[in-house]
Design a protein around this ligand. Structure first.
Ligand code: GDP
Ligand code: IMO
Ligand code: MG
Length: 429
């Protein structure tokens, strides 16, 4: 039995989709425990590129059952668009299973996300505009709509009526928008109900029974540690817990069942949306990483902000998530750049911080303290073992390992499924 959690160690887009895809071939279930269609994972299989937003990347693995856990917020329109798109390309999404407790994103959540961002003006979070924050807010406020509500039309109507009583006041009186009719939302949901129902299961029971039978479960967190609503750069975060603990909550698998916690970390750093980012580059190297790394958001098409590797964040992520291993991605992007700076600590108004500062204000003032290492010039995209890497690439990886709080067990040297070096197998932890 193995229960592995995959977690983004930075601000997202570390290559979680690729990591899931590689391990997905060896597991029985791939579960998405949090987030919604704010995620964007690019997976390259046999030269074919797939872009997934709501479905876990495990949907591309032939034998794994993909699952949306209770912690996910589901936009049904986006879900079926994605399923239809994949099936048109020959992929098989018929095994998908969905938790009855997952919450549903409604059209009014999407409207609220956009108008609230507009109201924030200069202080906007830079959300994906997919209604994720307002849907999680309703979940916590106990006025959300869940997948299981589709099974009972009168309950569904009651819940939509009471939600709209309040939402329409906000939309009309605060945001100067049109009120939304109950029937509009009923029709929207009922239009999908028959297609969703056969997929709905008790995810907690299914996964725990599978683990008891000795099967393997992989949980693919969306977003990342620094976007976690508790542990990230609040308020510039998403509204769920993409950290390892959140994967347990979002799937119903208890922490004592987890056998490995795998942090996905890029060989440099990127961020989409607003918020502090100590190692961000504003010079030609920022453009270089953005262009060479193809750093454009899958979901919103925004250019990703780019910076050097930040080991303070890596150590923090290793602690918060109890990482047993790291998967270092995009090492190939650093080939031939001369020197590679690595952030080892911060200078905050003249004081050195080796670990995360206590407050948001201090983090906003954090200036990176760098050490540098020489880069390699050899093409590494065909390397299949650690030994084959040029000495300087090996040295860079080993230095990151020393600084980052967990062993680097996998190294990505290109976007393809087979462009990965395995040093330790997480399935055997
Ligand atoms: P996710 O959101 O964490 O799944 O990551 P994204 O898919 O949004 O962004 C990661 C990008 O990096 C994708 O375009 C991947 O195809 C690509 N990628 C992943 N690993 C590697 C790697 O080792 N090298 C290169 N060059 N690209 C990679
Ligand atoms: P993956 O899974 C990168 C960011 C948004 C914004 C903040 C809040 O591909 O790594 P939200 O719409 O969630 O309320 O936006 O979080 N964000 C991501 N950034 N990758 C993601 O997902 C993200 N999901 C949300 O840009 O700053
Ligand atoms: Mg992404």
């Amino acid at each position: 039995m193995a229960a592995i959690i995959i977690v983004g160690a930075q601000w997202g887009d570390e290559g979680k989709g690729k990591a899931t895809d590689i391990l997905g071939g060896k597991v029985d279930y791939v579960v998405k425990p949090n987030g919604g269609n704010n995620a964007g994972h690019t997976v390259v299989v046999g030269g074919e590129k797939y872009e997934l937003k709501l479905l876990p990347a495990g949907v591309l693995s032939e034998n794994a059952t993909p699952v949306l856990g209770n912690g996910v917020v589901i936009n049904l329109e986006a879900l079926f668009e994605e399923i239809d798109g994949l099936e048109a390309r020959g992929a098989n999404a018929s095994r998908l299973r969905i938790s009855s407790n997952a919450h549903l994103v409604t059209p009014y959540h999407q409207t609220l996300d956009r108008v609230q961002e507009r109201f924030l003006g200069k202080r906007a979070i830079g959300t994906t505009g997919r209604g994720i924050g307002p849907t999680y807010a309703d979940k916590v406020a106990r006025v959300g709509i869940r997948v299981q509500d589709l099974f009972d039309e009168s309950i569904l109507r009651q819940k939509i009526e009471s939600a709209l009583d309040v939402k329409n006041q906000m939309l009309v009186k605060m945001y100067n928008r049109k009120a939304i009719e109950v029937e509009e939302i009923m029709d929207y949901f009922l239009g999908y109900a028959d297609r969703v129902k056969p997929m709905v299961i008790d995810v907690e029971q299914e996964l725990n029974a599978a683990l008891d039978r000795g099967e393997h479960v992989l949980m693919e967190g969306g977003q990342a540690t620094m976007l976690d609503v508790d542990h990230g750069t609040y308020p510039f975060v998403t509204s769920s817990n993409p950290t390892a603990g959140g994967a347990c909550v979002g799937s119903g698998v208890g922490p004592t069942k987890i056998t490995a916690s795998l942090g996905i970390v890029k060989a440099y750093t990127t961020r989409v949306g607003a918020g502090p980012f100590p190692t961000e580059l504003f010079d030609k190297w920022g453009d270089y990483l953005q262009e060479t790394g193809g750093e454009v958001g899958v979901n919103t098409g925004r250019k990703r902000r780019c910076g050097w590797y930040d080991s303070v964040i890596a150590r923090y992520a290793a602690r918060v998530n109890g990482f047993t291993d790291y998967f270092l991605t995009k090492l190939d992007v650093l080939t031939g750049i001369g020197e590679i700076p690595i952030c080892v600590a911060y200078d905050v108004d003249g004081e050195r911080f080796d670990e995360m500062p206590l407050t948001q204000s201090q983090f906003h003032h954090a200036e990176p303290i760098f050490e540098t290492m020489p880069a390699w010039d050899e093409d590494i995209t065909g390397c299949t073992t650690f030994e084959e890497l040029p000495q300087r690439a090996k040295d860079y990886v080993l230095r990151l390992e020393e600084l980052s709080g967990a062993p680097i067990s996998y190294i990505g040297v290109g976007p393809g499924r087979d462009q990965t070096i395995t040093r330790h197998n997480v399935m055997k932890r």
